[in-house]
Design a protein around this ligand. Structure first.
Ligand code: B12
Length: 436
């Protein structure tokens, strides 16, 4: 019988997963979110895998042709990574090991700052440790096969597995990003810059990425609270604009002010809680396969307005999102990952599709509508921007608080201490590297 590592790969390939890697016990030294025992006590190794995003859906998204294909891809593929992970974990158990899948997303450790979003396990760091990916400039990890436009999954196990070879820490940043960095220009809030690196310490090696200016910039644009490009020429699919940031980029160091704007903007949108609940539920809960049958391509209505109604019903009735959802399209950005293809030419193609696509704003029928200019967008927003009532805002703010504080508030001494130890190691490694 072939070794367990080969049988794991065969199991994954049989399920259509081509990009799969293994990291054994000696390869799991890094930030606390690379510790598999947090997910399953006694875990010793991980299996990491990546599934590609639908590239056609990315072009529909960037060119503002339609939001739906990529939203459906996110729904289907987050459930698929979860399903494949669960199946692999069950199979490993049938082989006499213990194993557990890591949820696709939204499984954060409890923390006094509920928006710190420190994961139970980091799929990114797992993918780097298992040799299937390397850190890219945006902080997303890149695969040789699909760039950063992938969905990641991980299974932890108590099996002592042999590790696959890892990529050199600077592989993508030096070989690819140094000639590209278009991801930085796709971020409407400028979460990271084109110049200036920061490091992550993994297995004694420093892995570079673009220096983050303020992670709340990503929380803001990725949650659709600010959607307009700095040059006012294109947008994400978000409905929100932060007027104070138009032609006046915010100072990333004003952390409290930016966090306050993020919170205020999200609790006055009127539907933030059901939108986040939708993102959370499709990434942290594994639904029965029937859940996806309802959104099988052949079942979907043709017209955008009927499709929007159909997916809204799916979110409410089948996903079970809390009341108050106005549109089924909870995701609005992800540009920095979606733009990043298997080669620089493809990335440049996607970037062009985005920046030449114009601006989308709420239109007459409540659907997002594409316009060519900032002036037209202003006019459309004046006419059709939804204005939630005070009651809707208050209900939504309470629901948002209940979700975030209910699931993520607290203090975990183990994580805190592990974080301090990691930070000290990182500081020393950066200092030593600078001294060389
Ligand atoms: C939290 C989170 C977010 C947050 C924060 C992102 C961040 N910190 O990087 C927000 C909401 C902003 C976000 C945005 C996006 N995300 Co996200 N997100 C996650 C999540 C849950 C964890 C990310 C992570 O690994 N954080 C840990 C590390 C990377 O964060 P860090 O800032 O480097 O940590 C530093 C310190 O905090 C410390 N540290 C690390 N871990 C820990 C733990 C503890 C306890 C302590 C004390 C300290 C500590 O060390 C690090 C520095 O050395 C994962 C799912 C998962 N479970 O892995 C998805 C994931 C990373 N997201 C993903 C994607 C695609 C996106 C978006 C493109 C939006 C989208 N469409 O989904 C953007 C990209 C933004 C960007 N450029 O990073 C994909 C990534 C795919 C890829 N190719 O890398 C993932 C893997 C989801 C999936 N299953 O595919 N995301």
């Amino acid at each position: 019988m072939s070794d367990i590592e080969t049988r794991i790969r065969d199991f994954m390939h049989a399920r259509g997963v081509e990009v799969v890697g293994i990291a054994g016990p000696e390869r799991l030294d890094g930030p606390p979110s690379l510790d598999p025992t947090y997910t399953m006590p006694g875990a010793r190794s991980i299996v990491s895998f990546a599934l590609p995003m639908d590239v056609g859906a990315i072009y529909d998204w960037f060119s503002k042709k339609s939001q739906a294909p990529h939203e459906l891809d996110q729904l289907r593929m987050n459930q698929r990574t979860f399903r494949v992970s669960r199946d692999l974990a069950d199979w490993l158990v049938s082989q006499g090991y213990r194993a557990k899948e890591v949820p696709a997303n939204s499984s954060y450790r409890r923390h006094p700052d509920v928006v710190s979003t420190l994961p139970s396990f980091s799929h990114r760091f797992g993918a780097m440790a298992a040799g299937i990916a390397g850190q890219g400039w945006s902080g997303n990890v890149m695969t040789k096969e699909h760039g950063a436009a992938v969905y990641l999954g991980t299974v932890v196990t108590d099996a002592e597995l042999a590790s696959d070879p890892a990529l050199p820490p600077r592989h993508f940043v030096d070989e690819y990003c140094a000639k590209c960095k278009l991801c930085a220009r796709t971020c409407v809030a400028g979460m990271f810059e084109e110049e200036g690196e920061e490091q992550v310490l993994l297995n004694g090696e420093l892995h570079p990425r673009g220096k983050r200016r303020n992670i709340d910039f990503c929380n803001t644009s990725c949650f659709g609270l600010h959607a307009l490009s700095p040059d006012l020429k294109w947008s994400t699919w978000g409905r929100g604009w932060i007027n104070g940031w138009i032609m006046n980029p915010p100072d990333p160091k004003q952390r409290r002010r930016i966090r306050a704007i993020l919170v205020l903007k999200s609790i006055t949108a009127g539907d933030s809680a059901p939108r986040y609940d939708l993102i959370r539920k499709i990434t942290i809960k594994l639904y029965p396969e029937e859940m996806l049958e309802y959104v099988a391509p052949e079942k979907l209505p043709e017209s955008e307005s009927e499709l929007s109604r159909y997916l809204l019903e799916h979110a409410e009735r089948i996903v079970g999102v809390i009341p108050g959802l106005k549109d089924p399209y909870a995701l609005t950005c992800g540009n920095c990952a979606l733009v990043c293809g298997p080669d620089i030419k493809e990335t440049a193609e996607r970037y062009r599709a985005l920046v030449e696509s114009g601006i989308v704003v709420p239109g007459p029928d409540g659907l997002m509508t594409r316009v060519d200019s900032f002036e037209e967008a202003l006019e459309m927003r004046r006419k059709y921007m939804p204005k939630p009532s005070l009651f809707e805002m208050a209900r939504d703010a309470l629901a948002m608080g209940a979700i975030w504080y209910g699931h993520y508030f607290g203090f975990e001494p183990r994580s805190f201490l592990a974080g301090l130890a990691y930070k000290a190691k990182l500081k020393k490694a950066v200092r030593d590297a600078a001294a060389v």
